[in-house]
Design a protein around this ligand. Sequence first.
Ligand code: UTP
Length: 299
Amino acid sequence: MTQKVRKAVIPAAGLGTRFLPATKALAKEMLPIVDKPTLQFILEEALKSGIEDILVVTNKAKRSIEDHFDSNFELEYNLKEKEKNDLLKLVDEATAIRLHFIRQSYPRGLGDAVLQAKAFVGNEPFVVMLGDDLMDITNPNAVPLTKQLMDDYEKTHASTIAVMPVPHEEVSAYGVIAPQGEGINGLYSVDTFVEKPAPDEAPSDLAIIGRYLLTPEIFAILENQAPGAGNEIQLTDAIDTLNKTQRVFAREFKGDRYDVGDKFGFMKTSIDYALQHPQVKDDLKQYLIELGKKLDDTK
Ligand code: UTP
């Protein structure tokens, strides 16, 4: 019988160097998209997918994550007193999510961050959701990518990694797959998984994005994984090893992905989301139209 996927691990212990200096003391996973922290979108995707138990991997600089998902008695009392019930509801939404936390002592890489979840996960399949990668946040009707991976697992009983095509010159920022053939309905068998290949050595333009469904055998591999690209323990390298003893599939994501950990990615995420936000969308649209005219005039 297939084991149900119930648990999610959210690595959020990276240094966020692409977003310095903002991320010196502030967790990039807490950067707000209009008015909601990035991480809250990810938790919503997890819950919408049917995940029941969530572990966030943090470090000592990321206290704000634990605080955000804890109650804030003073704030709640104050909002209640002033009968600001709409705001109270928004604040309560964050507190209602039950989370576990563990710290990664040193930023040794994504593979090492996932290894911290070994005891939490036990002997079950689980998902990894990267704390700075948002999917389909402007399309509430889309099937969440995490759910797509879980649906694949029901059929294949195998690890499945989300991928999507990226511009060829950008492949070296990602893990990349060497697919076997064309894939069936967006699901690929994979020959190899390669972390950060040079563009002329990349086996394809299908890059690994921030959602993974993994079987627990990954932990034994991670425990012995030598540092790879960037001298970090790479999850991609461990997945490549796993693929040699049990099948690992890749699921092509067809929706919109937002890389909040990148400065321009963060700006695009904020604009796209704001264009749907009831409180700001009209003003923003007007502003963008005026800005477009100004830019035209300066051509
Ligand atoms: P990134 O490479 O995007 O994160 O890792 P980073 O290292 O924080 O960012 P830059 O490149 O320096 O700007 C992908 C995910 O893995 C987590 C990050 O928090 C991010 O969600 N991660 C990475 C860890 O939890 N621990 C690590 O040691 C490395």
